[in-house]
Design a binder for this molecule. Structure first.
Ligand code: PSV
Ligand code: MN
Length: 426
């Protein structure tokens, strides 16, 4: 399914007057503060976020799963769904595949479908947290950290296979997230587990092509509830250093214990040139995988403040791989992803409005009140017309969710695919 550009332009027509008025208002306000709104619009329009192939289906919990109909049953259909998101926003021009959930059967055909939607292949994700039906070895007691060298080799080989699939697709990075850990005290020798993990990661790293990067994701708990071998950013950073210059830490917003200062982690990693990937979501209690910006939008803004600062001041840090990593238990996934994309760009645009020079001066003078005023001045600006201007320029929808509903996309998908399909993923 493709959404015709003219249809989008027609839909935008009904909002022309209100958009012109709202955009004019924010442009004038910003120009009074010496900010060139067009530059902000440009930066926002360049920002691209990958959609993971597992986020197009209904996400369940261990208590149940509620489908909404029209779920994509194949990788082709998933790419079509991302195509819809991209047509409406021009922000979702990449997919991040999880292997083996979404192993392409016919690489050439998949590349063609992706290209027809203007979608590229972002980071590949390996899966050593579930046993596959025909698998010779089990990950029940760990993968890269396992006490059994044969299981470690098996898991390393899976990652090498994922790199090889990614090479054919044109991807340039591998994300490794491990469920490895212990559910009970005494179960695991921490030192051996860490050393095994390091050696296994180094084994994968040896097979990483020169123009690839590997991202090491951390998480404090779940599915193991006592300890996780790569529990935090420090452990990931240490392992990335042990691998080499193509290895980086990946920050997933949901992978922190309550109230962790994530913006400080971002700043530290960027200073050290080791922040490689980023997974967006939001949470109240744990790894809730909720819609970006739905719970703590100010925290997201503060994180973006550090990201923007890092992108401008840390040439030692490479361009980041951005991805949404959310789950949708009770919403239409496509609507939820549209909300997440909007929230990401809002926080980014607001962070771009921060007067960095003024903030540095206020910090130097220890003017605490002024520092807060500067941040909140930016945060309290309604930047949504800036996002709309970026989308309008790109031929996308001024109001993506309204357009999605008015075009009855879900209804057409249900008509085409029925109500029984179930997407692969969690
Ligand atoms: C694990 O919670 C995670 O954040 C990793 O990125 C996985 O690849 C993804 O979610 C899906 O399980
Ligand atoms: Mn993640």
């Amino acid at each position: 399914m493709k959404i015709d550009k003219n249809k989008i332009a027609d839909h935008n027509g009904q909002f022309r007057e209100s958009f012109d008025r709202d955009f004019g208002f924010v442009a004038e306000n910003l120009s009074r503060k010496g900010i060139d709104v067009e530059k902000v619009v440009m930066k926002v329009s360049e920002f691209q976020v990958a959609v993971p192939s597992w986020a197009l289906g209904a996400g369940g919990t261990r208590f149940g799963r509620f489908s909404y109909g029209g779920e994509p049953a194949s990788l082709e259909q998933k790419l079509n769904d991302i195509g819809v998101l991209n047509d409406l926003t021009r922000t979702a021009g990449a997919v991040s595949l999880h292997i083996p959930w979404d192993t392409p059967k016919d690489v050439k055909a998949i590349k063609e479908v992706a290209a027809s939607h203007g979608i590229s292949f972002d980071a590949m994700n390996s899966n050593t947290f579930q046993d596959q039906p025909e698998a010779e070895k089990s990950y029940k007691f760990g993968s890269l950290n396992n006490t059994d060298p044969a299981i470690r080799d098996f898991a390393v080989q899976h990652n090498i296979d994922v790199i090889n699939i990614g090479k054919e697709l044109g991807s340039k990075s591998l994300t490794v997230w491990l469920a490895d850990g212990a559910s009970f005290p005494g179960q695991l020798n921490f030192q051996n587990a860490l050393q095994n993990t390091q050696k296994s990661l180094q084994g994968i790293y040896k097979h990483l092509p020169d123009d690839w990067r590997i991202f090491i994701e951390y998480k404090p708990y779940e599915p193991n509830f006592y300890s996780t071998t790569i529990q935090d950013w420090g452990t990931s950073f240490m392992l990335a250093n042990a691998c080499g210059e193509k290895a980086y830490t990946l920050v997933d917003l949901g992978h922190h214990l309550p109230n962790t200062n994530i913006e400080q982690i971002v700043a530290t990693l960027m200073l050290k040139g080791k922040l490689g990937g980023f997974h967006f979501n939001d949470s109240k209690y744990g790894d809730d995988d909720l819609t970006v910006g739905s719970i703590k939008p100010y925290a997201l803004f503060l994180i973006f403040n550090e990201l923007v600062y890092g992108m401008e001041n840390n040439p030692q840090n490479p361009n980041l791989a951005w991805m949404i990593d959310a789950s949708h238990n009770i919403k239409d996934p496509l609507e939820d992803l549209l909300q997440s994309l909007e929230a990401i760009l809002i926080a980014y645009a607001q962070a771009l409005l921060i007067d960095q020079k003024e903030l540095r001066e206020a910090q130097e003078q220890n003017d605490v009140v002024k520092c807060q005023e500067i941040l909140q001045e930016a945060y309290r600006t309604d930047v949504r017309p800036i996002l709309m201007a970026a989308r309008k320029k790109a031929g996308a929808a001024l109001h993506p969710i309204t357009a999605y509903r008015d075009f009855q996309v879900r209804k057409s998908l249900i008509k085409e695919r029925g109500t029984k399909n179930m997407a692969t993923g969690l």
